[in-house]
Ligand binder design. Sequence first.
Ligand code: NAP
Ligand code: SF4
Length: 667
Amino acid sequence: MTDYPHLLAPLSLGHLTLKNRVLMGSMHTGLEETGDWNRVAEFYAERARGGVALMVTGGIAPNAEGGVFPGAAGLYSRKDIENHRIVTDRVHQAGGLIAMQILHAGRYAYGKDCVSASAVKSPISPFVPRELDEAGIEKQIEDIVTAATRAKEAGYDGVEVMGSEGYFLNQFLVTHTNRRTDRWGGAYENRMRLPVEVVRRVRQAVGPDFILIYRISLIDLVPNGSTWDEVVTLARAIEGAGATLLNTGIGWHEARVPTIATSVPRAAFAHLTGRLRSAVSIPVITSNRINTPDLAESLLASGMADMVSMARPFLADPDFVAKSASGRAAEIAPCIACNQACLDQTFSGKLTSCLVNPRACHETVLTYEATATPQLIAVVGAGPAGLMAAKVAALRGHKVVLFDQASELGGQLNLAKQVPGKEEFHGLVAWFSHEIANLGIETRLGTPADVRDLMGFDHVIVATGVTPRDPQIPGQERAKTYFEVLQGAPVGPRVAIVGAGGIGFDVAEYLVSNGHSATLDPEVWRREWGVGDPAESPGGLREPAPEAPAREVWLLQRKAEKPGRGLGKTTGWIHRAALAAKGVRMLGGVSYDRITDEGLWITRDGAAQLLAVDDVVLCAGQLPERGLYDRLIAAGIMANVIGGADVAAELDAKRAIDQSARLAARL
Ligand code: NAP
Ligand code: SF4
């Protein structure tokens, strides 16, 4: 008897049966653009072998004007079709099914040739789209239909027509972006004409035995977005036009509400899928912030959806379904929804990967082969770098001993998990702990390791982490470190934070919250971000009502720029907005003069000023802790140094884990 009877139940789509209820949602990985189709194929095949029922590719453009960026992958030539055939063949050999997403970006296309319903510029693009005329609309429909027939020719099992997230089809649906007065604008039956026509014509072109998923926006989270009645009207029309499945999308890309970041409550929007499910007859797929088999199972069991879509969790662990099905759910590497190695990289023009799984999208180049010469390896430091190095080395057959002076595994991950909105770090530490035990890695915790403890090992990996930078502010003995604060040291009602990097922001979040994380309380979270019900207000927006801050906080840095510029590309705005909503005053261009009993004296714009605070918290960055490494080298012991102990500047768990996995893969 499985723990996940609903998750693992088959689903008949008529012409074929899906083996379970799990869909790998579309992700733009950047792999197609490398031109290495073997690598693309291996990415999907590894996930097909891991048991997922159906996968959706990253968005493929139907034409040049609809590409998310110039040169975005499309299916234009015979050669393109042959390349995609490499992928579909490999997936089918692995026992999987795969649908190609057709993504027309409309006004989100990053190029001067972008087109839309009306010439309304998006706030996230510098380009004003060209308003399409009748012939132009017909061309877009034809191009989408052609992309679908080519997908079929390339061996795909279906297509997903992207109709959510504020892309082209979504732009026709709402008056926010559709100001037309012809048969494609005005009344809702006109505004929905395009998506319905697209689905009807795609179905006509591909025939009945082909999966056709339509991704519908359940809650736009933009002004003048769709009402719930409109969503239901569209869903029924899409069903009538021949869709097999309705996948769901949440929020436009320009929405000022986070929808997938780690601070979003798990399954925060699944209730809307449940509501839609009762209004249509075809299977409905739920999505957003679902990352464990238990959560997916409970959503299906409670009738919220027929299938669950997870995307990033399949970067973190391709074997999510196989492990769930074989009683090994604790072995699933958890997606912590950080976006650091996936979306942040994608939006920086880099290949996607995953913080907890550096092999993601590097399947053919980073492999963990069994070693022919097992060694006795010491890993010193059980933070993210040390944990990953120990795991990969042991996986490959080395005998590993893991040392840490702390009495628990996790290093700075244990600080991160104290921050409201970063609760997913608990799961990451639990997973690492499980893996360390499961792989038979010996742990020696609670005592510092020194040179004489490390003699007799074939190899030593030093992952001793970082030490806080000393900002040398006169009177700083009155201040507290972020370590002390995140470990629970008492802090007064007025606080100044020295340093506005990742940790300064985290400490500010911690201090303004009253010990209650909105991430764990969806109703509070919705109020804070102004998420309402699309049945009550178009687009599901309402006036944000943040909880009162627990403290008055100043967040300071010396650089003259706006604090928070160096935070994650796709999540920095969330941190800045969350703190601004709590009244945190963020100041750049500060110099620190002294700390006295009265507070923190600073100079800004040439004027001295007292911030009358009860506490000052130092978050001034880090320096490598590499004393042990230097002593080992002096003693002639073979060692490698990784993570923060190697380079502390701009260290994050992504770099630490990636570096350690690559080292351990070579030993
Ligand atoms: P950081 O991002 O490098 O920020 C350090 C801050 O200290 C900056 O605001 C910097 O701004 C200031 N600073 C530097 N030297 C200073 C000095 N001598 N005196 C006073 N202020 C000084 O470092 P971090 O905040 O420690 O974060 C480290 C990394 O960990 C980041 O990459 C972050 O993404 C990641 N992170 C880790 C965690 C965790 O829990 N482990 C949490 C969040 C983020 P000025 O130089 O302008 O003053
Ligand atoms: Fe999830 Fe972070 Fe990995 Fe992206 S990088 S898949 S958000 S754990």
